[in-house]
Structure formats: structure tokens, C-alpha cells
Ligand binder design. Structure first.
Ligand code: ADP
Length: 216
């Protein structure tokens, strides 16, 4: 079974939602650089405050910072049986860094899942997205509302909107994706690792396809 994977694809295509579901189903860690930056910010660490100056604008955090953070994470014990990288790598420089890092650990990526969607759908999805600051659950005001408006089903916490989920910032994130991240599609295609997954469907049918691709 394929257990070392990368999710690429535009923001809001549903990478994070799928990665969370798979992480639980397969019992392997979900490594989201976006979540890691948000966790640092919540804890008010210097890294979190630095990252915020980029994430709030929809820009990429500098590679040196992101690469070091991922290196530390991939050196932890729980990634030995597999991992789900979500939102990393995000440009060719990070992809080359990751190749070297994995080489030094004598690991290889098994598959790169490209979750696809279109800009107008993405903008609707992201601006309607709400998350639970406590458990990380993701909702959408129309497509996947909580049982009680504004309240997390799991733990009753008030839901929040990410600061970078406003329409203006989403447009910036999409253009950053097109310019910096999109070249990774060809990069992993050339390595024979890329598989497209149509993200414009119900969460459960996307998960079903991915589990098949992984051979789970
Ligand atoms: P999304 O995929 O929905 O845009 P993420 O939660 O993955 O959201 O990322 C949020 C923000 O965190 C990005 O817009 C960027 O500023 C920063 N970020 C996340 N991953 C990386 C990365 N690999 N390199 C640089 N910046 C990153």
C-alpha cells in the first residue's frame, strides 16, 4: 500500500479535508505546513509571528523557514510508517529540498495526489469555510454546515474564519498557486508520481477514489 504521499492542488480544493480523513483512516500523520504555522501563531512563537506576516497576505513563507520546519517534523518517530504531506512542497525549490531530505532518510514518495478544482468554485468554498479552533474540524456555511450555526459539532466551540480566507486574500493565494506551485504538477508528472483526483465531488466519493489509488 502507498503510504508516503503528497497532496498538491490549489487552495480550497479539499486537500486538507481529505488529508485529515485519510490520516485517521490509515493511522499515519497529517503534516500540513499551513496548520503548523497556525499552531505556532496560536502559541505566539517567533516562527508563528514571522509566518503570519506572509500568510495574512496570502504569500508563501520563506523557503528556509518552511524547509527547516518540515525537516524537523520528518525526523520525528511517528512518520516512519508513512505520512501525508499537505501544502508542502509548494514551489520547485521546496520540492528539490524535499527530494534531498527524503534521500538522506532513504525514503521515497509513493504518490502525489493532485486534487483539482476551478477558481470560481474555490473562491466560494474558501470564503464560506469555517473551522474549529480547538479540534480543527472544517465546515462550510452552505455545503457542510454544523448542526448549530457557528458552533462545532464535536466540542461546542465557536467556529472561526481564517484570516486569509477573505475574497481578496483568496485571489492572491490563487495567483501565488498558479505562479509558484503549479510547476510542481509537471515536476511530479515527470517522475511518474502524479495522479489527478477530481475535487468537485462529495468528500466521501473523493476519499473512496483516493483509498483505491493508495491500494488501501
Ligand atoms: P491553503 O492550501 O488552503 O492555501 P494552507 O493552510 O495550506 O492553506 O496554507 C496557508 C498559508 O500558509 C499559505 O497561504 C502560505 O502563506 C503558508 N504556507 C503553507 N504551506 C507553505 C509552504 N509549503 N511554503 C510557504 N508557505 C506556506
Amino acid at each position: 500500500m502507498k503510504k508516503r504521499m503528497i497532496f498538491v492542488g490549489p487552495p480550497g480544493a479539499g486537500k486538507g479535508s481529505q488529508a485529515k480523513i485519510l490520516s485517521e483512516a490509515l493511522n499515519i500523520p497529517h503534516i500540513s505546513t499551513g496548520d503548523m504555522f497556525r499552531m505556532h501563531l496560536k502559541n505566539q512563537t517567533p516562527l508563528g509571528l514571522l509566518a503570519k506576516s506572509y500568510t495574512d497576505q496570502g504569500l508563501l513563507v520563506p523557503d528556509s523557514v518552511t524547509n527547516d520546519m518540515v525537516k524537523e517534523r520528518l525526523n520525528q518517530d511517528d512518520v516512519k510508517n508513512g505520512f501525508i504531506l499537505d501544502g508542502y512542497p509548494r514551489n520547485p525549490n521546496q520540492a528539490e529540498y524535499l527530494d534531498q531530505l527524503l534521500g538522506s532518510l532513504e525514503w521515497q514518495i509513493d504518490v502525489v495526489l493532485n486534487v483539482t478544482s476551478e477558481d470560481d468554485i474555490i473562491i466560494k468554498r474558501i470564503t464560506g469555510r469555517r473551522t474549529c479552533p480547538v479540534c480543527g474540524a472544517i465546515y462550510h456555511i452552505d455545503n457542510h454546515p454544523p448542526k448549530v450555526e457557528g458552533i462545532c459539532d464535536n466540542d461546542g466551540s465557536p467556529l472561526v474564519q481564517r484570516k486569509d480566507d477573505t475574497e481578496e486574500t483568496v485571489k492572491r493565494r490563487l495567483s501565488v498557486y498558479n505562479e509558484e506551485t503549479f510547476p510542481l504538477i509537471a515536476y511530479y508528472q515527470n517522475k511518474g508520481l502524479l495522479i489527478d483526483v477530481d475535487g468537485n465531488r462529495e468528500l466521501s466519493s473523493i476519499t473512496k477514489d483516493i483509498l483505491e489509488i493508495l491500494g488501501a
